[in-house]
Every structure is written in C-alpha cells, then in structure tokens.
Design a protein around this ligand. Sequence first.
Ligand code: GDP
Ligand code: MG
Ligand code: K
Length: 297
Amino acid sequence: MSNNFKSGFVAIIGRPNVGKSTFMNKVLGQKVAIMSDKAQTTRNKVQGVLTTEQSQIIFIDTPGIHKPKHVLGDYMMKIAKNTLREVDAILFMVNVEESLGRGDEFIIELLKSNKTPIFLVLNKIDKVHPDQLIKEIEKYKDLLPFAEVVPISALQGNNVDRLVEVIEGYMPEGPMYYPKDTISDHPEEFIVAELIREKALHLTSQEIPHAIGVQVEKMTRVSEDQVDIEATIYIERDSQKGIIIGKKGSMLKQIGQNARKDIEMLLGSKVYLELWVKVQKDWRNKPNFIRQIGYRE
Ligand code: GDP
Ligand code: MG
Ligand code: K
C-alpha cells in the first residue's frame, strides 16, 4: 500500500426516497443487494465500501437521522450527532423535484453546529428542467455552509463519477480499513480489529513498531444497544508482552478504553470489550496466520 493512500467515512443523509440507496448501488455496481430498507436499527450501518487504487471510501447510513426529532431518543440523537462529527464528509441528499420538508429542516438544524464538510447533493436532475435545477440550488445553498454542491441523477448515473471524485478529494490519508474486495456490509470485525490495533500502536509508540496483529474472536449483539467483543492482540516476542499489558494491566486497560470509544461510535452501541494478549512468534512472516487474522499492510 502506498503512503498516500486515502481513506475515510462518509455519512449519507436525506429524507426517505431521495435516492440514497440508488446512489449507493450506482457507485458500487448492480450486484450489491443493499436496496432493502428494513426497519432501521440503532446502529450505524455500513452501506458500502468503494475501494480504488488510491482510496477507500466507506459510506455509512445514520439511522434515526431521517426522522423528526420527537421520535428520537436522546441516546440516538447523541449517536447521530457524534457520528456526523466523526465522519470525513457528509452527503446531504435532496430530491430536486420536491420542496423542502420537515425532515430536511430537522437535518439542517442538526448539521448547523457541525464542522464536518457537508455536500449538498441534488438528486433526480433527470426529472427537472435545468432552469428549475438552478432555482433549487438557490433555495438550498444558503441554508448551510455547503463545502460542495453537486447535482446528480443517481438512477441514470449522470455526474455520479464526478461526485465520487469530489468525495475522494476530501478523504484524509489513511489505511485500507476493509479488505479490497469488500463491497458492502458486515465486515465490521475487520474494522474493529483495525481500531484496536491503532490504539495499541499509538499508546505503545516506538516500543512495538508494527509487531501487533489483532483478531476479533467473537462479536455478539447481546441486546439492542450492547455488543460484546472478544479480541486477541498478537505480538511477536515474549519480551513485548509486558509492554502491551503494562503495570498491573494498565496499558491493556487503556488500549481497551480508547478502542472501545471508537468502536461504540462505529457500531452505535455500547460495547463490552475483552482483550487477550498472545505471543505468536514471527507472525508477520506467516502468510496463513496473516490471512487468518485479516491483516494487511
Ligand atoms: P432512499 O429511500 O433515499 O434510499 O431512496 P431510493 O434509492 O430507494 O429511491 C427512491 C425512488 O426514487 C426509487 O423509485 C428510485 O428508482 C427513484 N430514484 C432514485 N434516484 C433517482 C434519479 O436520479 N432519478 C429518478 N428519476 N428517480 C430516482
Ligand atoms: Mg434507501
Ligand atoms: K437508508
């Protein structure tokens, strides 16, 4: 992986039927079956992962945000707000054919105090005359300090590539969070492992350069708002065990606390995280082992 690889998270928000799923499918290709709008859960769902030679964009949905305030619990509001602060860009999608509704106003209110770049995506341009498009842009453009305004037709594909390019331009340098061939949903274990690994590397700084692999052993949703995770941190030498575990387990505890915060943000749930430390001699030189833990450099 080159040093300039870029990666980041993009939240797609907008009222129902503005074309969020259609856009996702256009971007990721027809084979992805993510059109279904089953009952929205409380966690942030990874809608799709777009990986190119130079970047990886992870699109997430922020459930609950499409709903007006009164039906939202404080807890969900907090998750939604935190998510929108943590992502690298927000796509606020509207249907150019429709006028602003209550759902939009709610979203706009929520975004007002946010510092994340927000893109106004005007979808369904195939349905309106260019003059009307210009009028619509006028109506929306002063509602929020949009970083970009991009008209598209998700259905026909007009300007969708352009939007992806624009998004790519806002992604920071970062790792490939998901395996290259991931298109959508559920490889959350991989990203959870990456988050734990990142915290461990960060906290131990120079002492354990890249000698850490993380495997998520178990990830179980035990209730609507709690996920239990067991993960193992693999190191290469016995001498590294003390560093990772720390005095009376203090380092491991800190790694766990820091990782848990991010994982909770990712999953939109409370997380109970249990960490183990194991020595696997020269794990970096063992291709099978590396494949097993899903780690790549
Ligand atoms: P979501 O609820 O925001 O995910 O919206 P969907 O992606 O499910 O789209 C809702 C409806 O709008 C579907 O019937 C789509 O085919 C249609 N639609 C989405 N994008 C476009 C577009 O660019 N042009 C037209 N004409 N229809 C679209
Ligand atoms: Mg949808
Ligand atoms: K959706």
